[in-house]
Design a protein around this ligand. Sequence first.
Ligand SMILES: [Fe+2]
Ligand SMILES: [Fe+2]
Length: 198
Amino acid sequence: MTEAAGILASPTPQAWVVAAVAHWPELLVDHANCEKKAASSALALMFAYPEDAALAAALSRLAREELRHFEQVARAMQGAGVAYARQRPGRYAQGLRAALRTGDPQRKLDLLLSGALIEARSAERFALLAPRLPAPLARLYADLARSEARHYELYVGFAAGAAPGEWEARLRQLAQVEADLVTTPEDVLRFHSGVPRS
Ligand SMILES: [Fe+2]
Ligand SMILES: [Fe+2]
C-alpha cells in the first residue's frame, strides 16, 4: 500500500498493473497528457475562485510543478524513442466530472476533492509501476509518486478548510465513484483507466 491509498476506496487491480507494464510506451503518451491536464485543472480552479488567495498561491506552484513533470515525461519519451500520438481519452476524467455538484459552495468542495482523488490515484499507480519499469523510468515514477502524494494532501487540506463538517462524508462518496471507474472493465488502456477488457 502506498501513502496515497488512504483516501482511495479501492486499490488498483493487478490486471491493470500487468497491462500497464506490458504497454508502458503507449501509457507514457497518456501520462504526458495527464501532466498537462493536471496543470490545466489547477489553472482552471484559480480562475474559478480568484478571491481565494491562499488557494491561488498553492495552485500556481502546483501548476508549475505539473508542467515540469510534463517536461520530464517528454524527455523520457524522447529517450525511449516513443513518439507522440493522439489518443482518445479514457472515461475517467469525464466520469468523475459527472459526479460533481454544479452550484457553489458545493462545487468548489467537489473540485478540490476530485483533485485530491486524481492525485492520490496517480501516486498509487506511479508507486505500483516504479519497481516494474526499466531503469530511467523507474526513478522518474518513484519521484512522481512522492510529488503526487504531496499534491493529494494539498487538495485534501483545502477541502477540509472549505467545508470542515462535510468534506469527509463527501470524500467517501466521490472516492466510491472514482474507485468504480478504475476497477471496472474498460476498452482502452490509460493511466487512470479501469481493468482492460481484452
Ligand atoms: Fe504530476
Ligand atoms: Fe500532481
